[in-house]
Ligand binder design. Structure first.
Ligand SMILES: Cc1ncc(C[n+]2csc(CCOP(=O)(O)OP(=O)(O)O)c2C)c(N)n1
Length: 542
């Protein structure tokens, strides 16, 4: 109440009232991913605060700077199970980078500054500031201490000042250069760190100078142009066969700003057995955490790539040029049917004139979006990678749309994830946030159905999913809505949706039992992909 009482005095703060606090956290996250600045969300104590939890965990897993401000019961009531009391600091401790319970009003301004700074500095992450009601009601002299050069609230993770940590040792850099020069089949694996540090130009220059092919992890997508002749694609569980084959055949992997997640490596014991690994990473605790590393370079990806560029001599990758080219030729889509994800995504790209941001949800459609959308511009693919949070796309797209008013922002969801946060259409209408929503409706929790088909003998337990009439839903919210059943309706629907000044909803009735290929079964190595419909039902292994 005190926070909202004061809010009208600060018209320069854009406040967006969401319908569910989970959406506030995701919207702040979407804003943060799109701008590099902290996204801020606010919730009341108790249930409001706990509703933020999934969004904070999502931001934590993907290293994005979100600041959550929560109300708390008055100090004298803390610990007495007061009405709407929760220990939100305790609940969120493992999923925040930092959290602060503000116990004195004198500390409030510094706590908020500190939260903004910590969230963006170094490896970004979520920070929670919990403020008891009586602290909010107390008076203090407005403290104007702290930096006034904008370096706090204006801090951007992509434009960090050079890190305070000691520079990478010269001997380590020259070891890296030697490994890069001597390798016959080197590969660059680019992760989220490339985007967080804004290392696009440096990555591209290094690849072009050395001829080393680049693969982009789910969160590294749009860190390197999709159509670049050196771009191979996405690795891992749903990565293309040729990308995983390249990993398995490589003799050197240069990992840039990634954490070698299990969805990327498959069975660790069989991951890139012939390769030495150089790992560039801001967070030293990531080095060697999952994959044994021959050389770790700790620091900002952009700074370290610059150092390498200054030292590495031009080279080609002759020993493996032919394989790389054949890998690229193998890129293909294995979707049957007239209304294909590739066709829908191509239509969105064309209708947006190549200028749009895609925010995907979690499931099969997420993998299609990751592999098939022709990303050319930096940081135009936003998705929940580490936590894999269904329901992320719609609210995160709201945050991205507020950050990028000059281009269409599309939320691409499945019928399952869309129904987890579709209440936010009301927010879009009330606040004039023109998110374009694509629902890939297959009538199933598709990714789970696929696992049931492959590993549980087609026992479709609790995966068929009913949907409301999305056209009528759009109508109920007073927005454009359209159902697309055939390939020849795609272009027009997408164009019309983009032409709307406000939000728009397009439902695509895609083939119900389409699968995402290839797929590395859980626990298997990158060399064991399933490339087509399994002949006989298998039993679950994991
Ligand atoms: C909040 C949440 N609950 C459950 C899951 C597990 N899960 C992963 S994918 C998936 C199905 C997604 O179905 P849908 O949204 O329809 O997308 P599709 O796979 O059909 O494209 C589920 C339930 C999850 N990732 N997130």
């Amino acid at each position: 109440m005190p926070f909202y009482h004061a809010l009208p005095e600060y018209p320069e703060l854009r406040h967006v009232l969401v319908r569910h606090e989970q959406a506030a956290a995701h919207a702040a996250d979407g804003y943060a991913r799109a701008t590099g600045r902290a996204g801020v969300c606010v919730a009341t104590s108790g249930p409001g605060a706990t509703n933020l939890v999934t969004g904070l965990a999502t931001a934590h897993m993907d290293s994005t700077p979100v600041v959550a401000i929560t109300g708390q019961v008055p100090r004298a009531m803390i610990g007495r199970d007061a009405f709407q009391e929760t220990d939100i600091i305790g609940i969120t401790q493992p999923i925040t980078k930092h959290s602060i319970l503000v116990e004195q009003v004198d500390e409030l301004a510094d706590a908020v500054r500190e939260a903004l700074r910590v969230s963006t500095e170094g490896r970004p992450g979520p920070v929670l500031v919990d403020i008891p009601k009586d602290v909010q009601q107390a008076k203090a002299d407005r403290r104007t201490g702290g930096p006034t050069d904008g370096s706090v609230t204006g801090a951007k993770f992509g434009a960090r000042s050079p890190s305070a940590r000691p520079p990478v040792r010269l001997s380590a850099l020259s070891d890296a250069v030697r490994l890069l020069t001597e390798a016959e089949r080197p590969l660059i694996m680019a992760g989220h760190g490339v985007i967080l540090s804004g290392a696009y130009d440096e990555l591209r220059a290094l690849a072009e100078r050395t001829g080393i092919p680049v693969i982009t992890t789910l969160l590294g997508i749009s860190g390197f142009p999709e159509s670049h002749p050196l771009h191979l694609g996405m690795p891992g569980m749903h990565g293309e066969v040729h990308v995983n084959r390249a990993i398995q055949q490589a003799d050197l992997i240069l990992g840039v700003g990634l954490r070698f997640d299990d969805r990327v490596t498959g069975n660790l014991a069989a991951f890139a057995r012939g390769a030495r690994v150089i790992h560039i990473e801001l967070d030293p605790s990531e080095i060697g955490k999952n994959v044994a590393t021959d050389l770790g370079l700790v620091g900002d990806a952009r700074e370290i790539l610059r150092e390498l560029l200054a030292r590495v001599a031009p080279r080609g990758c002759e020993a493996w040029r032919e394989e790389i080219e054949s890998f690229r030729r193998e890129r293909q889509e294995s979707f049957r049917g007239d209304l294909s994800p590739a066709g829908i995504l191509a239509a969105i790209d064309v209708a947006a004139g190549g200028r749009c941001t895609i925010v995907s949800d979690v499931g099969q459609h997420q993998m299609w979006v990751a592999k098939l959308y022709p990303y050319q511009r930096p940081n135009t693919h936003l998705t929940s990678g580490g936590l894999g949070t269904m329901g992320f796309a719609v609210p995160a797209a709201m945050g991205a749309a507020l950050a990028r008013p000059d281009e269409p922002v599309w939320a691409v969801s499945g019928d399952g994830g869309f129904q987890m946060n579709m209440q936010e259409i009301a927010t879009m209408v009330q606040e004039g946030i023109p998110v374009k929503m694509a629902v890939f409706n297959n009538g199933y929790l598709g990714m789970v159905r696929q696992w049931q088909q492959f590993f549980h003998g087609r026992r479709y337990s609790a995966t068929p999913i009913w949907s409301p009439d999305y056209v009528k839903l759009a109508e109920a919210y007073g927005i454009y809505g359209r159902r697309v059943e055939r390939g020849d309706q795609v272009n027009e629907a997408v164009r019309e949706a983009i032409a709307q000044p406000g939000p728009a909803l397009v439902e695509f009735l895609i083939e119900q039992e389409a699968n995402v290929f290839p797929m590395i079964p859980p626990g298997a190595s990158l060399s064991e992909p399933i490339e087509g419909e399994p002949a006989a039902p298998r039993l679950a292994t994991a």
